[in-house]
Design a binder for this molecule. Sequence first.
Ligand SMILES: Nc1nc2c(ncn2[C@@H]2O[C@H](COP(=O)(O)OP(=O)(O)OP(=O)(O)O)[C@@H](O)[C@H]2O)c(=O)[nH]1
Ligand SMILES: [Mg+2]
Length: 263
Amino acid sequence: MSQSSAAPDTPENTPPGDAARVTVVMPTYNEAANLPRMAEAVLALPLPALQLKIVDDSSPDGTGELADELAEKYRVPGERPRMTVLHRTEKDGLGRAYVAGMSEALEEDAEFVVQMDADGSHPVEAVVRMLAAARAEDAGLVVGSRYVEGGQLDEEWGRHRVLLSRFANAYARAVLGSDIRDITAGFNLWSAATLRDIDLTTLDSAGYSFQVELKYRATRAGHRAVEVPIRFEERTEGASKMTLRTQWESALVPLRLRMRGDR
Ligand SMILES: Nc1nc2c(ncn2[C@@H]2O[C@H](COP(=O)(O)OP(=O)(O)OP(=O)(O)O)[C@@H](O)[C@H]2O)c(=O)[nH]1
Ligand SMILES: [Mg+2]
C-alpha cells in the first residue's frame, strides 16, 4: 500500500479527454435534493466515456423518477448513455445496492468502477487523480482517503464523530491486519479485474461494513491498494441513513472475517 501525491484537483492538473470506461456507481435513498448537482458534476469530468449509474431503492422522495428524468436529459441519441438508473424494489442495505450496481457495471464492460455517495461528501474532481493513481501504480484499488497526509475531514464534524470514525478505522485495521489507513472509506476506485476476482455475490455485509469487506478481500487476493488524500465534506442536504443496526454490523463484520480467514 502506498500513498499518491496530494496535487490539487485544478483544471491544470487534469489531463484532456481520456477514453477510460469508468462507471461511477452511486447508490441513492432519498437524495432528490442532491442528485441534479451530483449528476452534473460527475458528467462534467474530463472523461467523456465515463458513465454514471444510479442505484435507487425505491426512494419515497422520488429520487428514482428524478434519476430517470436526468438520464433522459443527458442522453444523446445514437450514443452510449452517459447516465443509467438501476431501480430496486426494496431498501436492503448499502452493500447490496452496491453489489447490484457494480455487477451491472462489469457486465457492461466497465474498465474501472468508482463508488461515490450522492450527498456531496466525496469530491467529484478527485476521480481523475484516483484514475491516474490506479494506472501509475498498477493498483487494483484506489481509496479516496481521509486519513493519509493531505486528507481532511469537514470541520463541522464534531469531536465525537471524528473519534468514532477514527476508532472504527483503527479497530477494523487491527482486527484484519490491514495497512489501509482509511479502510472504512466509501469513495473508492476499483479495476474491473479486481472486482471480478472478488466474488461480489458471496459478500457477508449487507450494509456499510461492505466497504471494509471489499477492501479486505481485494488485498487478500493480492491486489495492490493505494490511497489518495481527499477532503470529506459534511452533507448539506437530506438526511443520513446510518442506523444503529448498520453500526453494529460494522463492529461485527471485521471479527467475522478474521475468524473465518487465516490472514
Ligand atoms: N440504494 C441505497 N442507497 C443507500 C442506502 N443507504 C444509504 N444509501 C446511499 O448511500 C450513500 C451514503 O449514505 P449516507 O446516509 O450519506 O451515509 P453516511 O455518509 O455514512 O452518513 P452521513 O455522513 O450522515 O451522510 C448516500 O448516497 C445514500 O443515499 C440503501 O439502503 N440503498
Ligand atoms: Mg453521507
